[in-house]
Write a protein of this length. Structure first.
Lengths: 379, 113
């Protein structure tokens, strides 16, 4: 086999000189950096990278290549959160995410009472209870650390929590049980929380007031306590001995109770969002979309398709339904952010127009009022 | 809360710049020399450190030159950078002194066994 770096002997195209090949490859590696960063630093960096390389090298050193790729990705991720609006939104997520996860964990505590016969032998109610308490406590502490601006503690806690959620997800997939329905969104929220926590490590501000976080915590508490209310008030649909008993919160005559509680939780979440400054509020509202869409789909959209009774797991939803459940929230976020971008462009249009006019008037002898089509000012 | 201690690459870059303005590759070479060949900065790491030091106001771009049709940027310490390097050197000196003193006490004790 011919070595990649050995000279060609087949009389083919002239071989590229080593220095040019190395420069081309370094330029390719620098493409991992954001465009703006490259425009400012690529030339200088390229000079350093080439000077560091041994003469005659055609390929970058592996360590140097990995370092450039990792640094480039880091710069891209860091750059995304360098804008104050985005950084503040991430700081909100780093607090709201753990609250939602704590609520989810507390909800799980009630599920053994709802789905008792469906629980696989390996996952005993006691073990589930201990896991749920541990996760609820953990995420509450992460949220508290975020509020107290202990950024490192919050970020480390969120990363460890994410590892725990991934473990639960793997367990749910391997057991093929109903926990998957919960584990998949919890892992997604934990991922967003960990990324937000890491992204706000250097941030000093706290965009969420204690009053707003209290409203959020109350919303989370309602979501968490919902199953307990169901157990107490909502009528159950009795099933045969084989399939056990399962609650269908919307089928009972007291179904309005669940809807009402969900509405109160939503109003409280909106109150917390309303307390944010406008640019962060818009972003938080867009990020609320996937939660709303997932809840709507899970509670109402798929209700007609979900066969009542255990085993509730992968078999409950068809592959198409799973795809819809994954794609709809994602599409919601993407469409939401496109809409947000267009809206913000609309908001800044007068400023951009004024700046353009100012530039044009600076370059042209025609005065600005004439460019705007306005009458000349009275002297 | 007091400032966080500088990491080794940042400390070495500031130390190198204490000798005068330098461009990127000269910094890599000087840091290697200062660290007795222990720290050879990768390009990505070097520019990450330079960005952070610039954001913190510890260094500035001194001047830019075109050498062999390629941009070469020189960096220099600011007054804040000089003060920070002095404070960091003092902190490290105190730590080293504390460690040396403890070790001196430990050695005779070891000898008695």
């Amino acid at each position: 086999m011919r070595r990649r770096d050995s000279p060609r002997t087949d009389g083919g195209a002239r071989r590229e000189p080593a220095a040019e090949a190395l420069e081309r490859r370094y330029r390719r590696l620098l493409a991992w950096y954001p465009h703006v960063y490259r425009a400012a630093n690529a030339d200088d960096m390229l000079g350093v990278a080439l000077a560091r390389s041994a003469p005659g090298r055609r390929w970058p050193e592996p360590g140097e290549a990995v370092n450039l790729i990792v640094s480039g990705i880091g710069e891209r991720l860091g750059g995304m959160l360098r804008q104050p609006d985005r950084r503040d939104t991430a700081a909100v997520l780093a607090i709201a995410g753990p609250l939602l996860l704590a609520a989810g964990a507390i909800r799980t505590m009630a599920s053994p009472f709802l789905f008792m016969p469906a629980i696989p032998a390996l996952v005993t109610p006691q073990r589930m209870l201990v896991t749920a308490v541990a996760f609820a406590a953990w995420w509450t502490l992460v949220a508290l650390a975020g509020m107290l601006r202990w950024r490192r503690v919050a970020a480390t806690g969120a990363c460890l929590g994410l590892a725990g959620q991934v473990f639960l997800l793997v367990l749910a997939v391997s057991l093929n049980d109903g926990a998957l329905m919960v584990a998949y969104w919890q892992t997604a929220v934990a991922l967003v929380t960990a990324a937000s926590g890491l992204g706000t490590l250097r941030s000093q501000g706290r965009p969420l007031s204690w009053r707003a976080v209290t409203a959020l915590a109350a919303a989370a508490a309602i979501l968490a306590g919902w199953p307990a209310v169901e157990v107490a008030f909502v009528r159950y649909t009795p099933m045969t001995a084989n399939s056990g008993t399962i609650s269908d919160p919307l089928s009972g005559s007291e179904g309005w109770l669940g809807d009402g509680l969900l509405a109160v939780a939503l109003i409280l979440a909106l109150i917390a969002i309303a307390a944010l400054r406008p640019a962060v509020r818009r972003r938080a509202a867009v990020l609320l979309l996937p939660a709303l869409l997932t809840t709507t789909l899970a509670c109402w959209g798929f209700r007609g398709f979900v066969p009542v009774g255990p085993p509730i797991g992968l078999l409950v939803l068809s592959p198409v339904q799973w795809e819809v459940l994954m794609l709809v929230p994602l599409t919601g976020v993407v469409v939401g952010f496109i809409g947000l971008r267009l809206y913000e462009r609309l908001l800044t249009r007068p400023c951009r127009r004024a700046a353009r006019l100012k530039r044009r008037s600076a370059d042209s002898p025609v005065p600005a009022f004439a460019l705007r089509g306005l009458p000349a000012p009275a002297r | 809360m007091s400032e966080q201690p500088l990491r080794e690459p940042a400390f070495l870059v500031l130390t190198a710049l204490a000798g005068g303005p330098m461009h990127g590759y000269a910094l890599v070479e000087d840091v290697l020399r200062l660290s007795d060949g222990q720290v050879r900065l990768h390009t990505g790491t070097l520019y990450g450190v330079l960005d952070r030091l610039r954001e913190a106001g510890l260094i500035v771009v001194d001047r830019e030159e075109i050498v062999d049709s390629r941009l070469r940027r020189y960096y220099a310490l600011t007054d804040a950078g000089i003060a920070r390097l002095a404070a960091e050197a003092e902190r490290m000196r105190r730590n080293a002194s504390a460690a040396t003193s403890r070790l001196r006490r430990l050695r005779p004790a070891e000898g008695t066994i």
